[in-house]
Design a protein. Structure first.
Ligand code: HEM
Length: 521
């Protein structure tokens, strides 16, 4: 009895110190957890995880010969950590990186995300920050942008961008333009296949072109021309396409690969390529932003301004508009093209679901070539469910990360300030305690009236959550839904070379050749 009272007292004391340490509102979640659970809060040191060794910490685990954990596949790492250590684990000794805590319990995800504070901190790309804040500070003059800024600067940037990028009405204005890009892309498909109706090995590049052309419509207010036939090698669209390809490779090398940290000391080969490529991106974006500024001067009152013109209206500093355009190009290409690939793969593996989708599309789009409107999209319930289900099973961003800015209690462990909490929602979305038959592609589970499935919050978050959620998620969905509708309305898709292999780089990407077979309907 005395021992129990002691525990309760300790519990109350730790709760009081927690409440004293921060704003009481922010610990509401933790407080409820503590009241219900009489277990004393355990110290950070007790969280299980791979043991660091003197001098090298846990960094040796990335060296050849010591790779017990498969860091090339974040889903696999998640599974390995969960099976070895349980629902919470820590990965320390990674300096100069901060300690990481991996969580797999939706209650912890909720506590963390409800306590992320006014300026949620997500670890950002060091090479991009260095480029904007040091290498080219002549141009950026301290403007970092939503991708890399933190604190008040980040909040200020989102304050300008949210009312434009996150507003359904503005996003819906883009449907005809996004539809035109999707139409141009779909018309190219029959010309890409070989005599067996198979896509080429590098179909991935074609999808990148589509994603670049689509997001440029929003970010740069222009059609770049990436889908034009016979592009000259030194034409702007071809150079943009090549640059996207180069950036994806070199940024991975600078952030996670062989040159990570080295570039801070001397200009490594990837760093030099990175500067050359991103300077080109900067020049192109600057040019189109200046053109939009000119256009907006001659806009009449009855003409709707574009998203870029609205951004410039809210904040006439063109540097901010250029930075936002760059962020959209950096964050909106491979994410969208890989997500579309994944839906096509899931539909190829599940021909019965593809047929249900085809029937829905035939009903809503009796004329294959007629433009898709917002009203038609709203009717495409099964299509939307297919996209959601595919993103549950294979999200391109396997988890959400937040750095603690105050002490917090997760799974009854005290987490100190400055720890990167990685919420592995991708792995959680495949747990049978959260979904019935989680390994099965069942779009119907997303219907509200589905009797078998009651969707739990904080499990599946492919676009993140809260005030730092993906700023482009509405545009990403619009692009994917319109293009998928056209692709499945006109062709039956098959993939004969599965299972697809994946690799986690900056995003979790399909890496086997995308040799889809298409059959004209
Ligand atoms: C299917 C495609 C996409 C996926 C799965 C995706 C996913 C994500 C995720 C998970 C985050 C982090 C959210 C968080 O920390 O809570 C994010 C951030 C972001 N995304 Fe996306 N994204 C996609 C497409 C796009 C597009 C098309 C754009 C451009 C318009 C975009 C722009 C951004 C930006 C700028 C951020 C940083 C936001 C901030 O830190 O405030 N994304 N995205």
């Amino acid at each position: 009895m005395a021992g129990r009272r002691k525990l309760l007292l300790a519990n109350q004391r730790s709760l009081q110190s927690l409440l004293r340490a921060g704003e009481s509102r922010q610990f509401a979640g933790a407080a409820t957890a503590l009241k219900q659970d009489v277990q004393p809060v355990r110290p950070y040191e007790d969280i299980p995880g791979p043991k660091p060794i003197p001098l090298l910490g846990n960094k040796f685990r990335f060296m050849p010969g010591f790779r017990k954990y498969n860091f090339n596949d974040m889903f696999e790492v998640g599974k390995q950590f969960y099976e070895e250590f349980g629902p919470i684990s820590k990965f320390t000794g990674l300096e100069p990186l901060h300690d990481m805590v991996f969580v797999f319990d939706p209650k912890d995800v909720e506590t963390m995300l409800r306590n992320e504070g006014p300026w949620p901190y997500r670890r950002h790309l060091g090479c991009l920050e260095y480029y904007r804040k040091h290498t080219r500070k002549d141009f950026f003059k301290g403007v970092g942008g939503v991708l890399i800024d933190q604190g008040k600067d980040w909040q200020e940037a989102r304050h300008h961008v949210n009312p434009i990028m996150m507003q359904t009405k503005i996003v819906e204005m883009y449907t005809p333009k996004i539809d035109q890009v999707a139409e141009d892309f779909t018309l190219l498909l029959p010309g890409l296949v070989d005599s067996k109706n198979e896509m080429p090995e590098n179909f991935n590049n074609e999808l990148h072109k589509w994603a670049l052309e689509s997001i440029a419509v929003v970010a740069l207010d222009t059609r770049l021309g990436c889908l034009d036939a016979n592009l000259e090698a030194d034409s702007e669209p071809q150079k943009m396409i090549d640059s996207v390809h180069t950036l994806l490779i070199v940024m991975h090398s600078l952030e996670l690969g062989g040159e990570a940290f080295l570039w801070r000391h001397f200009p490594t080969p990837s760093w030099s390529k990175f500067i050359k490529t991103i300077d080109f991106f900067l020049d192109v974006s600057h040019k189109y932003v200046l053109q939009a500024m000119e256009r907006s001067k001659s806009r009449t009152a009855n003409q709707e301004p574009s998203a870029l013109e609205r951004l410039l209206k809210r904040d006439p500093n063109p540097t901010r508009a250029v930075v936002m355009a760059l962020d959209m190009l950096m964050a909106g290409i491979d994410t969208t093209s890989h997500s579309l690939t994944n839906v096509l793969l899931h539909l190829s593996e599940n021909q019965d679901k593809q047929e249900i989708l085809h029937q829905e599309l035939k009903r809503i789009m009796p004329n294959q070539h007629a433009p898709i409107t917002n009203e038609m999209l709203n009717e495409m319930k099964f299509l939307k469910a297919c996209v959601k289900e595919s993103m549950r099973m294979m999200p391109v961003v396997p988890g959400t990360m937040r750095r603690t800015f105050n002490e917090i209690v997760l799974s009854n462990y005290r987490i100190p300030v400055g720890v990167d909490v990685l919420m592995l929602n991708g792995a959680m979305s495949r747990f049978s305690e959260h979904y019935t038959e989680p390994e099965k592609f069942k779009p119907e589970r997303w219907f509200r009236d589905d009797q078998e499935e009651k969707i739990k919050p904080f499990v599946t978050l492919p676009f993140g959550h809260g005030s730092r959620k993906c700023v482009g998620f509405r545009f990403a969905l619009l692009e994917m839904e319109i293009t998928l509708a056209k692709m499945v309305r006109r062709f039956r898709w098959e993939f004969k070379y599965g299972p697809m292999k994946y690799k986690s780089a900056l995003v979790h990407a399909p890496v086997s050749p995308l040799k889809f077979t298409i059959h004209k309907r």
